[in-house]
Design a protein around this ligand. Structure first.
Ligand code: ADP
Ligand code: MG
Ligand code: MG
Length: 195
């Protein structure tokens, strides 16, 4: 697969749509183990991304990612804004030299994104965060083996985990049995990528 600026924009348009459709689902996931705002936060972010690119059309793949990064950083309150912002900013940096991306190059760009989240959130794997979806999805993408079923499994795996970062960490063992909201929104990002 060869990703152009247009196909990358189409991916993030699908992501926008899925976030908007599942705003309530994401906030409901955030209610028992957080403060119930993840859907609203993400919806504000993708709306700001759409507004920004309407105002000024991106000129490269890196520019598309940077537009999303700035929207997330400036318009999303809460933990997820700076985390998604760091991911997309790292992806902008990693794609700077490319006009188009092949599958391996896109996997490397997303790996930079996952590392951006890890660095910003000081998160490790199995701490019940979005990183528990980003990391294994990137590994699968590198092997060209990512499927919808695997994404769902990574999202659902967060149910079994005790949270070590973010609001859910205040709950200790009581967070077990609940999907991490940021893991779910990240699942949407990877699902809309491979669709
Ligand atoms: P807030 O918790 O500030 O209300 P959101 O509800 O929008 O922010 O986002 C919560 C999500 O952010 C969590 O579900 C988790 O995936 C992610 N998260 C929180 N803290 C961290 C962290 N330190 N590292 C990685 N991800 C984190
Ligand atoms: Mg929240
Ligand atoms: Mg909040």
């Amino acid at each position: 697969m060869n990703y152009t600026m247009e196909t990358i924009e189409a991916w993030l348009d699908r992501f926008t749509e899925v976030i908007e459709q599942n705003k309530q689902v994401l906030s409901d996931l955030d209610t028992p183990i957080g403060d119930g705002d993840h859907g609203n936060n993400m919806a504000r972010g993708v709306k700001a991304y759409q507004d920004a690119k309407e105002k000024k059309a991106p000129e490269s793949i890196a520019d598309v990612f940077k537009t999303m990064a700035m929207a997330m950083i400036s318009k999303v309150g809460g933990a997820s804004g700076p985390l998604y912002g760091s991911a997309f900013m790292a992806m902008a940096q990693a794609s700077k030299a490319y006009e188009t991306l092949d599958t391996a190059e896109l996997a490397a760009v997303l790996e930079a994104g996952a590392l951006g989240i890890k660095k910003r959130g000081k998160a490790e794997l199995e701490e019940k965060t979005m990183l528990d979806v980003w990391w294994p999805c990137v590994e699968e993408l590198k092997e060209n083996q990512l499927t919808e079923e695997k994404i769902t499994a990574y999202v659902h795996h967060t149910k079994e985990l005790v949270a070590k970062k973010g609001r859910a960490s205040y709950l200790g063992e009581r967070a077990i049995g609940h999907i991490d909201p940021g893991a779910q929104s990240s699942g949407y990002l990877f699902e809309t990528l491979i669709k």
